[in-house]
Design a protein around this ligand. Structure first.
Ligand code: 5RP
Length: 236
């Protein structure tokens, strides 16, 4: 493992651990997707196993977070069975100074937006490489599209100034298929000046299910950093 990968892993682990330490007994917890959320899920499981936490139910944001929750012994529920979520913990691909996010690196942004937006407290867990001055500067914007509408949605996104690319599978020929059975277009925008407006304009294109802009949803951002060779967590 390269040193850089190692350092990023340390930051993700620590921020996942701190987020998990904020979960209280008797609560309903949204379980995010991605490698940072995976550490939070693992630590919540550890706290349940040790008896430090009691009576937790999780709402997974993807097939993958469901698998992890089962592995670490977190009981699960669905949105049909509950009327609120106390806390959601989820990762992000970019975070701007206004706490707006780009998500969807794992193609899970549609379910993530449903769960994270229902949470009374939404905690975002990232390593410091995810902080940007402007959204779209390092990461393409994921847009989930129903398969039969890929061509017209591609044209509509181009008209909005984007350059869409169909996300392709790794170790699978053809496009990535989401948990809903759809495709993902990753869109390069030179500048996202007004994330709230762009989020709505994209979601208004017929055939788009959801895009990865999360505007005004995050309450707390926990940032994993390395100081004097040791991981630490800062909140903003
Ligand atoms: C999945 C997501 C993830 O939360 C995001 O990609 C961050 O992942 P990681 O913690 O692995 O960097 O939005 O759709």
């Amino acid at each position: 493992m390269s040193q850089e990968v190692d350092v990023i892993k340390l930051m993700k682990q620590e921020v996942g651990r701190i987020a998990a330490s904020r979960v209280k007994s008797n609560s309903i917890v949204g379980l995010g997707t991605g490698s940072t959320s995976a550490y939070a899920i693992e630590y919540i499981g550890d706290r349940l196993k040790s008896g430090e936490l009691e009576n937790i139910v999780g709402v997974p944001t993807s097939f993958q977070s469901e698998v992890l929750a089962k592995k670490y012994g977190i009981p699960l529920t669905t949105l049909d069975a509950i009327d609120h979520i106390d806390l959601a913990i989820d990762g992000a691909d970019e975070v701007d100074p206004q706490k707006n996010l780009i998500k969807g690196g794992g193609a899970a942004h549609t379910r993530e937006k449903v769960v994270d937006s229902l949470a009374e407290l939404f905690i975002v867990v990232v390593d410091s490489s995810k902080l940007v001055e402007q959204l779209g500067s390092t990461f393409l914007l994921p847009v989930e599209v129903i398969p039969m509408a890929v061509a017209p949605v591609t044209r509509a996104l181009e008209q909005l100034g984007g350059k869409p690319e169909l996300r392709m599978g790794i170790k699978k020929d053809g496009p990535v298929i989401t948990d809903q059975g759809n495709f993902v277009l990753d869109v390069k925008f030179n500048q996202i000046d007004n994330p709230a407006q762009l989020e709505q304009k994209i979601n208004n294109i017929p055939g788009v299910l959801e895009n990865g802009l999360f505007v005004g949803l995050a309450d707390v951002i926990l940032v994993g950093e390395i100081e004097d060779g040791k991981p630490k967590v800062r909140e903003f």
